[in-house]
Design a protein around this ligand. Structure first.
Ligand code: SF4
Length: 367
């Protein structure tokens, strides 16, 4: 398949690995920010092929995992209401709230529907004007343009029974928070190519300068990741800390101007709490006052929700790269994809799910 097969070529992968081994003399800790990159690294065993001096730390870039518990509980509260059709991408349905998940609400009679696009939810709202249709709009800069477009269209078309429960998060403030943490060990970043395909690369040079870390934008296929790692290691070995684009087939420096204009129209920057991490200033988007009528939180007045995290889940430490999933005592025991205690075991981009799916059970079996 074009753009997949040629980026998994074993001979080219071996050549890149040889270059990485040749270039590495020091001990380097690199963070891949995005959960999609984490899955690719674990699935292809890339971390196990790298020199001993290179450690891959898995970052907080799984949108499902970092959606605050309070927002999940609000989603559950809204989805319970008889007048509501609650629409979501499928990977949110099993994310545990304080007590339930969306699947439970559905099994109890709630009208919870999986859609492939927020525009599908908008269409449902047009088809069923007597119902309230809510779309669960979460994610990083990648999913935000489609959500913005749905709200923009709802206003343009006068679809008053559509609203968005929104909890968007932004990558650059997360990198800043990671680097400001006293426990931070990260010396270089692989930035997420799909985020940069929307936003461009201009937000990263100030971070690379301030924290003296190389930031290499890269993709998700094995060769993309190996090239990103190679460039990051070469910079570290040479004492450089620059932003490089190793994913030019998808990322123009300026990003996607049309998507950025839509985002600017519909959203405004806000402080955001990240599940397992805490509040990061100016790290999210919410609907701007122009679109406040489409804000599901306002429309359904879901306030005063008491949240309660699992007492044994260590997903906060996983998301900050402080532990690897098998270091959580519950990994593969009390916590499995069938019985997840934390969002990182549910999501298709969660680190715990990646280690479980690709049989990284060695620490459990040794325990
Ligand atoms: S293995 Fe389960 S309990 Fe442990 S950190 Fe991951 S999601 Fe939480």
């Amino acid at each position: 398949m074009k753009y997949l097969d040629e980026f998994s070529d074993p001979d080219l992968a071996r050549a890149l690995l040889d270059q990485i081994h040749e270039a590495t003399t020091g001990q380097w800790a690199l963070m891949e920010v995005c959960g999609g990159q984490t899955h690719s690294i674990i699935r292809h065993g890339i971390d196990q092929l790298l020199p001993d001096g290179i450690e891959m730390i898995h970052g907080p870039g799984c949108p499902v995992c970092v959606t605050p518990l309070a927002v999940i509980d609000k989603a559950l509260e809204i989805a319970r209401r008889p007048e509501v059709i609650f629409c979501s991408f499928g990977d949110m349905l099993r994310v545990p709230g304080s007590r339930d998940d969306l699947f439970t609400i559905k099994s109890q009679g709630g009208d919870v529907r999986v859609v492939y696009s927020p525009l599908d939810a908008l269409r449902i709202a047009q088809d069923e004007p007597e119902r309230e249709v809510v779309f669960f709009g979460i994610g990083f800069e990648t999913t935000a343009p489609a959500n913005a477009m749905a709200v923009h269209q709802a206003r343009r078309l006068g679809v008053g029974n559509f609203s968005l429960l929104v909890s968007h998060v932004l990558v650059p403030p997360a990198i800043e928070a990671i680097m400001e943490s006293p426990s931070c060990r990260v010396q270089g970043f692989l930035a997420a190519g799909h985020v940069c395909s929307v936003m461009g690369t201009s937000e990263y040079p100030p971070l690379a300068q301030r924290y003296q870390v190389p930031i290499v934008v890269t993709g998700f296929e094995p060769l993309d990741l190996l090239e990103g790692i190679r460039r990051t290691v070469v910079q570290l070995e040479e004492g450089r800390h620059e932003v490089e684009n190793a994913y030019p087939r998808a990322v123009p420096a300026e990003g996607n101007p049309a998507a950025k204009a839509m985002l600017e129209d519909v959203f405004e920057v806000t402080d955001r709490t990240w599940r397992g991490i805490g509040e990061i200033p100016r790290s999210g988007w919410r609907l701007s006052p122009r679109y406040a009528d489409f804000d599901a939180e306002r429309r359904f007045s879901v306030e005063g929700i008491d949240t309660a995290e699992s007492a044994i889940c260590r997903s906060g430490e996983v998301l900050q790269g402080l532990i690897k999933p098998p270091q959580c005592e519950a990994f593969g025991r009390e916590c499995t994809p069938r019985n997840p205690l934390g969002a990182t075991m549910v999501s298709s981009e969660g680190a715990c799910a990646a280690y479980y799916a690709y049989r990284r059970l060695d620490l459990v079996e040794a325990g």
